[in-house]
Design a protein around this ligand. Structure first.
Ligand SMILES: Cc1cc2nc3c(=O)[nH]c(=O)nc-3n(C[C@H](O)[C@H](O)[C@H](O)COP(=O)(O)O)c2cc1C
Length: 375
């Protein structure tokens, strides 16, 4: 890296220390499923892909979602597991990232009701969630029993312990986007009337249990990140909470269970979260929890996230200079770390180039970047 920093974005390049986690700057790589892990094992190409983002100046890499050791945790072909032989693959990823002075956290994941029968490893098994889903007379999502819940909580704890053991720098729990934990949080997918359903407090119980078990598994100092979202796969306008006070009821028990950093997943980082005021989800989360917060959503890109098929030149949200806005919001204390997703897929050197004011040379994201692991 050359010495001079573009002053408009200087705040993004300040180091930060959060407990044991020391980051060189405020740019994280957002977790992105890539489906380049045949047999559910990340190979040398995946290690090279993450290493090149560390070389490109990313302060904290958050891996693609990687599924915990529960038979119904996986929802997609060729995504990496986080147990058994896959851990050797992950250890090679960690070593590669560390060799480039990067920091890395796995995003541990249970896809829950997104899973359908026919998906590896045991194709006979349906998805699993708070409530049963029947399609064409067949159970495609089973209702989780207490035993299932206990097994799932234990699987998250084991994954977190393994993350620490094989040298990761932190762990991120995927509590967003309508996967298992979020499906319990959301009233539309959670119609239970036991202690895991009904009130916000009950719907938050599983998330709290997972965080607490993860915290106990990794000890008091290992950084635990919790990613959550208002938006859902089936509804980008969905909300877990319609006001900051309801959001506080969701986040406070999760925070108290042992989260160090919240990751507020939105599609446009600058968008006000509630009609009642201008504040973003990240800023509100910071106020509620008092903890460091990662923001995300169209940074350096100008296109909002719409699944993986994403680009539209006429998109009204196109806003190529929004990196300056992110830097400004960071310096105003609205968040602590900015996660960048798609822009980093096409340009591994994105942080270094932003730092050095080389924006015009950045390779812009197109959907073609999803088709291979650009190194
Ligand atoms: C190809 C792709 C895969 C994704 N996979 C995940 C995932 O595994 N876990 C997750 O929490 N979010 C996932 N996301 C969402 C991203 O983490 C991020 O929130 C989103 O892309 C918005 O950031 P961006 O506008 O900078 O791309 C994915 C996004 C993309 C484009």
């Amino acid at each position: 890296m050359s010495g001079s920093t573009d002053q408009k974005v200087a705040s993004l390049f300040q180091p930060i220390r959060i407990g044991e986690l020391e980051l060189a700057n405020r740019i994280a790589m957002a977790p992105m499923t890539r489906r380049f892990s045949p047999g559910n094992i990340p190979g040398a190409d995946v290690a090279g892909y993450y290493k090149s983002r560390a070389e490109g100046g990313v302060g904290l890499i958050i891996t693609e979602g990687t599924f915990v050791n529960h038979p119904q945790a996986n929802g997609y072909p060729r995504v990496p597991a986080f147990y058994g032989k896959a851990l050797d693959g992950w250890k090679a990823v960690v070593d590669a990232v560390h060799s480039a002075n990067g920091k890395i956290a796995p995003q541990i994941w249970h896809t829950g009701p997104a899973r359908r029968p026919g998906i590896e490893p045991d194709k006979s098994l349906p998805g699993i969630g708070p409530s049963e889903v029947v399609q064409d007379g067949k159970i495609v999502v089973a209702r989780a029993s207490q035993q299932d819940i206990d097994n799932i909580v234990a699987a998250f704890a084991q994954a977190a312990a393994d993350a620490r053991r094989i040298g990761f720098d932190a762990v991120e729990i995927h509590g967003a986007h309508e996967y298992l934990i979020d499906a319990f949080l959301w009233e539309k997918t959670n119609t239970r009337n036991d202690e895991y359903g009904g009130s916000i407090e009950n719907r938050t119980r599983l998330a709290g249990e997972v965080v607490q078990a993860v915290r106990e598994a990794v000890g008091p100092k290992f950084p635990v990140i919790f990613r959550f979202s208002q938006w859902k796969q089936q509804d980008y306008h969905a909300k877990l909470a319609y006001s900051a006070s309801d959001l506080a009821r969701v986040l406070t028990p999760i925070s108290n269970a042992g989260v160090d950093i919240f990751h507020a997943s939105v599609r446009r980082f600058w968008a006000p979260e509630f009609e009642s005021g201008p504040e973003t989800l990240a800023a509100i989360t910071k106020k509620i929890t008092g903890k460091p917060v990662i923001t995300v959503g169209s940074i350096g890109l100008g296109y909002e996230f719409r699944g993986v098929v994403s680009q539209d030149e006429t998109d009204p949200f196109r806003n190529p200079n929004n990196v300056d806005e992110a830097a400004k919001q960071l310096s105003e204390g609205c968040f602590d770390i900015a996660a960048v997703g798609r822009a980093l897929l096409s340009e591994p050197q994105w942080p270094n180039m932003i730092k050095e004011g080389k924006r015009s040379e950045i390779r812009q994201f197109t959907d073609a970047a999803l088709e291979s692991l650009i190194i």
